[in-house]
Design a protein around this ligand. Structure first.
Ligand code: ZN
Length: 61
């Protein structure tokens, strides 16, 4: 198995659990932007030293 595959799998797991893709810590909600029918939520790593961040798109109802 290639290293990139492992990294991909790790990131997919992190994505599902809502954990930081870089260090695996919990993430905290940093910002929320509503745009039409969608809500974009920025999460940043709870560790201030880590640059990990994630954008999650949600559909508001
Ligand atoms: Zn992190």
């Amino acid at each position: 198995m290639f290293k990139t595959d492992l990294l991909d799998a790790k990131m997919q797991i992190a994505e599902r659990r809502g954990l930081c893709p870089i260090c695996g810590r919990n993430m905290v909600q940093a910002d929320r932007v509503r745009e039409g029918k969608h809500v974009f939520v920025w999460y940043k790593c709870a560790d201030g030293e880590c640059a990990g961040q994630r954008l999650q798109k949600q559909t508001s109802r």
